[in-house]
Design a binder for this molecule. Structure first.
Ligand code: ADP
Length: 319
């Protein structure tokens, strides 16, 4: 393999830039030519590719977002569109493609490989930590640290005013951001989509806490776990507390990547390039414990992500 391309796809995540840097520098050091694809699969279809050198990735290790940009490309589900994308790689002699993104991006990569014979390697880049085969995805640690910063700030003011802070974080189907930030931020309640909860009971406990002198509480709500306004109404009504909602939104996607995410970026990027060089393709990289792993993309996509129930049980005993 002499030429490879890299793209970022799906939602952006802190650490994507550090990972692009790791891929580019490793590939150049191993004698490969490297192309960047602008705007994910959309740019691949529109032939928006450019050659990258070592300087292309200068001064980006610390920056959130992705210099390659990302875009949704629904047309990529059509075989004819993938054919166009593959031809744009083939006409340049590009044989390998690194895709940094989430499960949607991996599904696109697999389809491109199955249909058009492009060798792909996937790197999990998403703040949601919603891929079952890996302990962590790139960007998750930074996102959780951003939420922790917000919890700390909100705690100061909520405690001063004896209020309940209802903090809505990202996670439509996966409650990991809520669970990890809730544990590490000392939240009184963590509401996640995977585990049912009794809102009346939550409100009743907050009421009892108030009566016992604990007048401020933090509730972390994953976006898929309920409607913040309804939750606020019920808690206010039953507990008599003043509940303030804070939606962190896109704040969680940005920011300088943490040490943990930069290290993951370096390890994932390096392993991805070595896999392509060794001809081990149609694989995804991940981390299990301290070890970088790789496995077949189809096998990775077939695994179903579940929340760590033991961690959730533990969290309930910490408040
Ligand atoms: P993520 O990678 O973060 O899960 P998306 O689900 O938005 O994000 O997927 C990113 C891109 O991957 C989509 O815009 C589309 O181009 C491509 N993609 C997603 N699902 C498929 C699919 N079933 N077939 C082909 N391409 C897909």
């Amino acid at each position: 393999m002499k030429k490879i391309a890299i793209l970022t796809s799906g939602g952006d995540a802190p650490g994507m830039n550090a990972c692009i840097r790791a891929c580019v520098r490793t590939a150049l050091n191993k004698g490969l030519e490297v192309y960047g694809v602008d705007r994910g699969y959309k740019g691949l279809v529109e032939d928006d590719l450019f050659e990258m050198d070592s300087k292309s990735v200068c001064d980006i290790i610390q920056r959130g977002g992705t210099i390659l940009k990302t875009a949704r490309c629904l047309e990529f589900q059509q075989p004819e569109t993938r054919e166009i994308a593959a031809n744009n790689l083939k006409k340049r002699g590009i044989e390998g493609l690194v895709v940094i993104g989430g499960d949607g991006s991996f599904t696109g990569a697999k389809a491109l490989s199955d249909q058009c014979g492009i060798n792909v390697v996937g790197i999990p880049g998403t703040i949601d930590n919603d891929l079952a085969y890996t302990d962590y995805t790139l960007g998750f640690d930074t996102a959780v640290n951003t939420v922790l910063w917000a919890i700390n700030a909100l705690r100061d003011t909520m405690t001063s005013h004896d209020r309940v802070s209802l903090i809505k974080v990202m996670g439509r189907r996966c409650g990991d951001i809520a669970l990890y930030s809730g544990i590490c931020g000392g939240a009184e309640y963590i509401l996640v989509p995977e585990i049912p909860y009794d809102l009346q009971k939550v409100a009743q406990t907050i009421k009892e806490n108030r009566e016992n002198g604990k007048t401020a509480s933090v509730i972390i709500l994953a976006e898929g776990a309920g409607n913040e306004n309804e939750i606020k109404t019920i808690i206010s009504l039953i507990s008599g507390s003043d509940v303030k909602i804070t939606t962190l939104g896109h704040l969680q996607r940005g920011g300088s990547p943490t040490m943990a995410d930069r290290m993951l970026a370096a390890k994932f990027g390096s392993r991805a390039i070595y896999l392509l060089i060794e001809g081990k393709t149609n694989r995804v990289v991940g981390i299990k414990g301290q070890n970088v792993i790789d496995l077949d993309i189809t096998e990775a996509l077939s695994q179903k992500k579940e929340i760590d129930k033991e961690l959730y049980r533990m969290a309930a005993e910490l408040c």
